[in-house]
Write a protein that binds this ligand. Structure first.
Ligand code: HEM
Length: 75
């Protein structure tokens, strides 16, 4: 099944992780709707270790949800 915002079900953990990143980015774009502002702010998060750790945490939280929804890809 194709990963997308219509389903949390993915074929592999790797695809699940990609979906977690996508959901995280969607959260940012929903919060700050102006792409010019996102572009201007990108260098500050991309060059700040603590911002990158915060990004990683948000992705990890989404990944937990997705992994649970996929029964941890046990099958
Ligand atoms: C690019 C993830 C937060 C603005 C990217 C990329 C990823 C990513 C994976 C592609 C990186 C690459 O190809 O080198 C995330 C995640 C975030 C987050 C998971 C938060 C949980 C933010 C924030 C901003 C931002 C807070 C700005 C306010 C951008 C911009 C790009 C980018 C402008 C370049 C897009 C492009 O060139 O098409 N982000 N990011 N992101 N991010 Fe983020």
């Amino acid at each position: 099944m194709k990963a997308g915002l219509t389903t949390l079900i993915t074929d592999t953990p790797e695809a699940g992780f990609a979906l977690a990143v996508k959901l995280s980015q969607k959260g940012v774009a929903t919060t700050q709707t102006d792409p010019a502002i996102r572009k201007a702010l990108r260098p500050s998060y991309a060059h700040d270790a603590n911002s990158l750790i915060a990004v990683s945490h948000v992705v990890a939280t989404h990944f937990q949800t997705i992994a649970a929804a996929n029964d941890y890809w046990r099958k």
